[in-house]
Ligand binder design. Sequence first.
Ligand code: NOJ
Length: 803
Amino acid sequence: MQYGYFDDEHREYVITNPKTPVKWINYVGTLAFGGIVDHTGGALICKEDPALNRITKYIPQLPSSEFKGGTLYLRFKQGEGYKAFSPFFVPTLDPYDLYECHVGLGYTRIVSEFYGIRTEVTIFVPLGESREIRDIRITNVSDRPLEIDAIPVIEYTHFDALKQFTNADWVPQTVQSKAYCDEDGLLILTQYAFMNKDTRINYFTSNCPISSFESDRSRFLGDNEYGTWANLLSLQQEELSNYEALRGDNIAALLHRLGVIQSSETTRLITQLGQDESIEKALPSINRYRDSEQVDRAFDELAASWDTYLSRLQVETPDANTNSLLNIHNLRQCHTTMNWSRYLSLYQLGLGARGIGFRDSSQDVMGVLVSAPEGGKELIRKLLQVQKRDGSAMHQFNPLTMVANEGHSREVEGAPRYYSDDHLWIVLAVAAYLKETGDLAFLDEVVPYYEKDKEGQPLESGMVLDHLKRAIEFTWSDVGAHGLPLLGFADWNDTVNLRRGAESLFAANLYGKALLEMMELAQHLGDQESVARYTEYYEAMKQRVNEHAWDGEWYVRYFDADGSPIGSHRDIEGQIYANGQSWPVISGFAPPDRAKAALDAVYRRLNTRNGIKLSTPGYDGFDPAKGGVTTYPPGAKENGGIFLHANPWVIIAETMVGNGDRAFEYYSQINPVAKNDTIEEFECEPYVYPQNILGDEHPQFGLARNSWLTGTASWAYQAATQYILGIRPTYEGLLIDPCIPSKWDGFKVIREYREAIYQIEVKNPDRAFEGVKSVKVDGKGITGNVVPVFGDGKAHQVEIIRV
Ligand code: NOJ
């Protein structure tokens, strides 16, 4: 069973059966304005913040057949009344002759045929605009003339998305709709909440005259809402009621009488759902986008911006699924996580205080640095603003208000109010940014720390370099009985929450990696004092890890407050953790024999055909001493599930020990593109990585959830491009150090790097895993495998022959 196919030529995935196991979505626009569009035309749209400025009411928990956020109805005369249906299949569920949902880059196009009517609707947000466009083309594919009415509709939410669900008196009393009609019969239906009067309006409009409208949900559904979205009583009337709702559940429905459409004739209707300060302010741009040529131009500009984004790194490997993923889908997902962090998806509902995650977004940045370095820098700046003066970081923040909080740790009485890893990720992000761009001036930029005075002014600011140094010093002095970093509320694994005094091996190894970055940076800056200092920290931490954490065949993952190891062969549950093994390799702490043994243990104990489990065996039943991880059944999420984010770290570690075959085996087994063939098991979109897949201890082994917003996107991209293909930016130039599967005879990459284009061809005549024999740049041999920075805007040929 398949629900669709990849059309890489058009950079789309095409869904051909609307009854996917769960909704499959796409993103339009950015956090500045945009949201999710599902494959049946429902949309959750917001401006700048899904919690504080949400526009459409989309309730993901409702069954898939339900109306969500918006749709389009078409109708034609039938007997005494009308036949009304949605060309998106949902919510009327009429039998279709054709259904296709083209999931494109920044747009979704739904093409369908019902009752001799072909409808093609392209949904997108023009670059930099605060409006969702629906470009609707209706063609009569029957052999007789058809008189068709088109009724696009959207349902509003209160802008405070959570309030919408917590107060059913106050919310409906505060909202209202107003209609503005010009002499051509073009109508703008506005909606706002009273507290936003004269400052912010939502609007819905089109480029064709309407004959009537509706703004009240009850009237639209009819019969005191015993009419339904699937069977709208109002559409059996000739006209809608033209009611301007002064309270209630606001909707915007516009009835267009398109007239008689001849056989083979097409009519085009363009709707706009937007937000602006006022109708006067919005009018010029509304008028602009009523012009179909402008809409075409905006769509072309959107496509061109994706061309630029994707073109900065394109690969040609012997594996088609890898090419598809790296050239299109993985890159798009990195763009999505950069924008939305873990805030808004079908699974992360954008309500309440979650906002942008410090650790998550620091890692997301690393996935877009080749394709969108400026966007990455912008995000780093924001993140640094919620770092505290002591060097630790707030866990998450609201992107609109920049108000931050300490995440889940607030919910547990007496728990430490910081996470041991958050602040260390930003060191990796900044270092990656500098190596990609060479923009060392960024280190001198002054950015405030989070703490504020009574007037809300920052108490202290510091240069970016100072922020990084404080992050390092925080962990250096925040250690426990073994001299290892204290766990805080948690480390990367949010769900293992141990008593105060517990230590984290993950934090120790992440610290090692952060120290390596600081040593390299200090060396590059010629700051020998810092090189010496960080080397001392590094060696000390390395010694502590190896003295205390080696368990015989692998590394343990934590020490509890009483000094007992967790993740040891002596445990009955949670004996071995994947992150406990990959990170000592990434940090360089593990000596070669231990690195190999630890990674072999991962292969033996944690690998499955659907990916590497985070730990095993799963904890079976709640244990308050361990916290959240034990709330899941064995095999789910962090409790022995395949938590995909951690897989690329094992892949990277395998390349670091030179095991190209195993690295690629791991990479391929989680490639979502390949999941198209086992989709009944996987269920989620095959064009993005999900956050989690149920592990083999669970009866639904292989079932994916929480697609799109996951650190897997950034790390899988880094693992493939920087470690398997081995093309890594350094301060001095582009390092080329592939670790590919032995069966590959080579690959090609075109990559932009510091204003030049590197056309790289790696030849692997001896089918080796790793090692470079010779490097030629523009036909001349160079010493070593770091290709210099050219910065000349030109293309350069790089030829690598492997050992
Ligand atoms: C999802 C969270 O967003 C991320 O920050 C965390 O590292 C993983 N869960 C693992 O717990």
